[in-house]
Design a protein around this ligand. Sequence first.
Ligand code: LRH
Ligand code: MN
Ligand code: MN
Length: 429
Amino acid sequence: MDTMISGDVVEKSNAVGEKTLRADYASLGEQLDRRGIAIDAILGKVEAFGVAIPSWGVGTGGTRFARFPGQGEPRDVFDKIEDCAVINQLTRATPTVSLHIPWDRADPVRLKQAAARFGLGFDAMNSNTFSDARDQKHSYKFGSLSHADAAVRRQAVEHNIECIEIGRTLGSKALTVWIGDGSNFPGQVNFARAFERYLDAMKDIYAALPGDWRLFSEHKMYEPAFYSTVVQDWGTNYLIAKELGEKAYCLVDLGHHAPNVNIEMIVSRLIQFGKLGGFHFNDSKYGDDDLDAGSIDPYRLFLVFNELVDAELSGAKDFHPAHMLDQSHNVTDPIESLMLSAVEVQRAYASALLVDRKALAGFQDENDALMATQTLKAAYRTDVEPILAMARLNGGGAINPVAAYRASFYRQKVAAERPASASGGGGIV
Ligand code: LRH
Ligand code: MN
Ligand code: MN
C-alpha cells in the first residue's frame, strides 16, 4: 500500500516518544486494572474505531467573509484524497472519506482507484442543492427539494439520484441530504406545504436507494435561511426518517443546534427510537462555527459518546452510527486540524468506555445526583492519551501525528506542486 509520507519519517518521530509511551501505557493499565477495567480491551475498541474525513475539510474553507488560501491546498479531489491519506497514515483513525457532489465530481472508477492506493474507502455521499452548480438549468435560490416549482424539485431529486449512482461505484453505503431550503421573511413560504413538497421529493430519492444503503437527513436550525428552515431540528428530522421508512435515519451535526441545546439528549432520543444515522462532528461556540471537534467543549463531546457507548453496550436496535467530521478551517493547516479532531473524537469514545456503568445505574436508582455525575467525571478526567497513542503506534501511525507531519514537510512539498491560487474546494457552510 502506498503512503504519502515516508515510513522513515514516522519511525524517526516515534523513536522519540516510544519509551515514554510504553511506561505511560503500563502505568495507566495498572490504574485501570484497580478500577476493574482491562486496558487492552479498551485499546482494541479504539483500534477498531474510525471517523470519516469530509473531502471539503482538507481545503481552507475560511469563513463567510473571507478565505485566506493556505500553502499547497488541494487542487482537486485527487489531491484531497492524498491529504486524507496523510491524515489516516498518521492517525490510523480515519479510514474513509466522505465526498461532496458536485465539488468532487470525477470519474468514479478513477476515484475508487485513487483511494484504494492508500487503503481508503468511502463513507456517506453528500449532495449539494444548497448552491447552484455551473450550467444547471434551474436555480436553488428559492429552495430545492421543497421548491414551489416541480421542475426545480425534479432537478434536485435527480441530482441526489446521481450521487447515489456515483456512490454505488465507490462502494459507499449512504447518502446524506442537507438542504438550505427555508425562508427569510414571515409569510414567504407556507410551512406545511413546503414540508409536504420536501417529503414527496425525499420519497423519490428514497425509492432510488439500493437495498443496503441508508438515507441520512441532516437538520440545521438556521442559515442560509434566517427566518425559517424546512429541516430545522431533530423533531422534524425524526418525522422525516419515520415517514420515509426503515432505511432513513437522522444525521446530527453538532454545530446545527442553538447554543446550550442538550445534544446528548437528542442523541439518546434518536437511539431509543432506532433513528440515529450518524454524526458530523465539529465544535462551536455561537452557531454553525465548524470549529475543530472538541476544541470548545470537549465535555459535551464526551457526553455524546457516553450515550453512544451506553447504546453499544446495551445492544440498542438499528444502532450503527456513521462517524464523520465536518469542519471548516480558517487559521490552521487543515491536515493538522483534522488529525487532532479525529483524535478528539477517539478520545471521547475511549473516555466514555471507562464509565463505571453499573455504579452509575446504582446512583441513578438511588437518586444520588452528586455521585452519578462524579461517576461520569471520573471517566472523563482519566487521561486516555496513552491508549490513543498506542493504537496509533500499533497500527503503524504516529505517536505524535502533528510532530511527524511537521517533520515530513508534506505541506511544503505539495506547495511546490500545487499553485497557491487554486481553490481549496468546499464551501463556507
Ligand atoms: C451544512 C453542512 C452540511 C453540508 C456541509 C458542507 O452546514 O453542515 O453537512 O453538506 O455543511
Ligand atoms: Mn454537516
Ligand atoms: Mn454545517
